[in-house]
Design a protein. Structure first.
Lengths: 200, 178
């Protein structure tokens, strides 16, 4: 299996020995995942890769996702490139990446064009205002759901860091790079010390 | 669309390319920084337009990061949409690719777990900040605040598909209630 197939045949299906998905299959799988995914694509990604296609076991998927989660950038997008490249080299990564981003980008661009033409119509303005109220509610519910484990563990230091980041970025509106430059090393140090003291 | 041309494309590219490197915890955690740049620093759009764009990105399928596609389109049309998306997604995806090759099968180290655990509270704090900033942009009346609160409770307590809640918000807005 050539892992570094030349990028020139990125659009051509690789008809090599059937070990894992072809480029077309990667593209199609991620396009489907993406188009099914409203408000978060991760659940669909796991379902397609682990349950439907059985391209990875649950453990392999978690391991790959953990890596993409602690690196910066949109997690599922990172995952698509890493996942695709596991099977077909960089061309496979690009096929999955384009599959994930291409089709919804077409839809979103059409919506953007409609918005720039009709965005000032009062009925549409009102409708979007209503949608955005609900969207904020959804975001808050996801946030609370993520916060519960910290509260249950009584992780006071974690909660204090959470509040500090919220205040710095949300209330004081400080630039993110500055806040993270301080918060990330601090949080890593605190986590490291906490784990060492519980381990011994 | 503001000033078209290579200048704004270049600005989009390096703005989002740089920002993506600080986007820990996914697109929703990056909202405050995207808002700060797009509304306050570059003044590409108003607060309300930002809330609209967020609503549209939630209404459409695909990863949440596509809000940058909408902002890119707003700034520089089709080319802007493409440049903003690639700048936000390309560099970090390549970084993930190289790191995964580097770590391949040798990750018995506990550092990835420690880094991941330490980033969790930070990304939740950033999501809370996203909530505050978007609420300030969209919840301008008490009815709007109530809609947000009800949507939050329903999304938290039920297994209702998020799309239904968004559509319900849209219907209330269309009817002139919000």
């Amino acid at each position: 299996m050539p892992l570094e197939s030349p990028a020139t045949n990125a659009a051509v299906p690789d008809t090599g020995p059937a070990a894992g998905p072809s480029l077309i299959e990667l593209f199609m799988a991620f396009a489907k995942i993406s188009l099914a995914g409203f408000g978060g694509v991760l659940i669909w990604t796991r379902r397609a890769i682990v349950e439907q296609h059985r391209w990875m076991t649950a453990e392999e998927f978690n391991e790959t996702f953990a890596l993409c989660h602690f690196l910066p950038g949109p997690n599922v997008v990172n995952l698509s490139l890493v996942f695709g490249s596991r099977f077909r080299g960089i061309a496979g990564g690009i096929a999955a990446f384009v599959g994930l981003l291409g089709p919804p980008m077409v839809i979103v661009t059409i919506l953007a064009a409609l918005y720039s033409h009709f965005g000032e119509i009062p009925a549409l303005r009102r409708t979007l205002a209503g949608v955005s109220c609900a969207a904020v509610g959804l975001l808050l519910s996801v946030m609370v759901r993520m916060m519960l484990p910290l509260a249950k563990k009584r992780d006071w230091i974690g909660l204090a860091l959470l509040v500090a980041v919220f205040a710095a970025v949300g209330v004081l509106r400080l630039p993110l790079p500055i806040v993270l430059t301080i918060a990330i090393p601090l949080s890593i140090a605190v986590t490291f010390i906490a784990r060492r003291s519980t381990a011994t | 669309m503001n000033d078209n041309g290579a200048g704004s494309l270049f600005t989009l590219a390096w703005t989002f390319g740089l920002m993506s490197l600080f986007a820990v915890g996914g697109a929703n955690a990056a909202i405050p920084e995207i808002h700060r740049i797009a509304v306050d620093v570059r003044q590409w759009m108003t607060d309300t337009q930002f809330a609209d764009v967020y609503a549209i990105s939630q209404l459409s399928p695909g990863p949440n990061v596509l809000i940058v596609t909408l902002i890119g389109y707003h700034v520089a049309g089709l080319a802007g949409a493409l440049v903003a998306t690639l700048a936000m997604c390309g560099p970090t995806a390549m970084l993930a690719y190289y790191v995964s090759r580097f770590l391949k099968r040798s990750t018995r180290s506990r550092w990835p777990a420690i880094i991941q655990a330490s980033l969790v509270p930070l990304s939740i704090g950033l999501m809370a900040a996203s909530g505050l900033i978007l609420a300030q942009a969209s919840d301008r009346t008490w009815v709007a605040v109530a809609v947000t609160a009800v949507a939050a409770v329903l999304a938290f307590a039920t297994r209702l598909h998020p799309l239904w809640l968004l559509l319900a918000g849209g219907v209330l807005g269309f009817a002139g209630i919000v």
